[in-house]
Design a protein around this ligand. Structure first.
Ligand SMILES: Nc1ncnc2c1ncn2[C@@H]1O[C@H](COP(=O)(O)OP(=O)(O)OP(=O)(O)O)[C@@H](O)[C@H]1O
Ligand SMILES: [Mg+2]
Length: 102
């Protein structure tokens, strides 16, 4: 899945290589899974730095993701569903890309 996302974005960058200004939009990227859901303890703080439930976690992944997405005018949200599932979703309209970004 990581390869698919990377290849689609890289192909778009390569297609626009000769354009003076390139923009790529990601119109909703969603990752969802069932058990276990998002821990209730931290559900309202997921995007804050250094919030983690993992023994060796730094708790910075989602914080950095939000910074990146919002810096491009996008939005990232997490939804915890009753019964234990999680949905993480972002949109990133018109992200300016240059080589090395992806
Ligand atoms: N898909 C998910 N399902 C359930 N919980 C999640 C999910 N994604 C994030 N979380 C919860 O949010 C916390 C914060 O995630 P984040 O990615 O910011 O940090 P981390 O994964 O703990 O550490 P790091 O990414 O810095 O290695 C996680 O520790 C986990 O408890
Ligand atoms: Mg993480």
């Amino acid at each position: 899945m990581q390869k698919v996302a990377l290849d689609l974005i890289r192909n778009a960058m390569e297609a626009m290589a000769s354009c003076p200004r390139g923009e790529v939009a990601v119109d909703r990227f969603t990752v969802a899974h069932k058990d276990p859901g998002i821990s209730a303890d931290i559900a309202d703080r997921l995007f804050q730095p250094f919030v983690t439930t993992k023994r060796h976690g730094m708790g910075v992944g989602l914080s950095i993701c939000r910074t990146i997405i919002e810096s491009h005018g996008g939005h990232i949200v997490a939804q915890a569903k009753p019964g234990g599932s999680a949905i993480l979703q972002f949109t990133a309209p018109f992200v300016e890309l240059s080589e090395g970004t992806a």
